[in-house]
Design a protein. Sequence first.
Length: 243
Amino acid sequence: MAGHSKWHNIQRRKNAQDAKKGKIFMRHAKNIYTAAKEGGGDLDMNPSLRTAVDKAKADNMPNDNIDRAIKKATGDLDGANYEEITYEGYGPGGIAVIINVLTDNKNRTASEVRHAFKKNDGNLGENGSVTFMFDRKGYIVIENKDGAIDEDEISMEVIEAGADDIVYENGVFEIYTIPESFQNVRDYLRDNDYELEEADVTFFPQTHSTPSEEDEQKMLNLIDMLEDSEDTQDIHHNMEIDG
């Protein structure tokens, strides 16, 4: 898996494009929502939520955005009923795309997603049209700041806690689990004071596709349009971005 490091692909993408505040806030909102959904909206009783909120504040995310993400998860936002929906399709050059959204208006969101695909030479597909091309795995990232973490020690710890694999590359530990073991491994690391840069159950492409320069730019434009929607929670694809 080291050859197709999800974390380093994320870093390359961040370096390749301007990091809009809205996209940073979207990622924080998703982490806050997930933590509040799992453990409730009380920061004092939910350490995962407190960690997510602290990271959001460190990036100057407004308190209103933070509160809205928590209230979406706990059902306290103006009585709105939020629904999680997954869209699938093919981007330019046949790139497989999965989008997870959280919306209180399915028609609005579907229209936005369909427009983004159409504008960038993509096609929105039916459920199941591309998910077979991805594996669902637990994924945890820990940065080894100042080299303080011993590679052998953390490797033994996470394998004993139930992880499938751990990869160390360029000062970053990437830990992989089956979905059923993710929570146990994540909680073990948090209980032992490891700082998690990312922790989620997510999709990994079984194979990667390298598009033409023109299709890569269209694909990046598609991602931009999807990320500009406040309903978007996650975007997964199998495009290999040259670094």
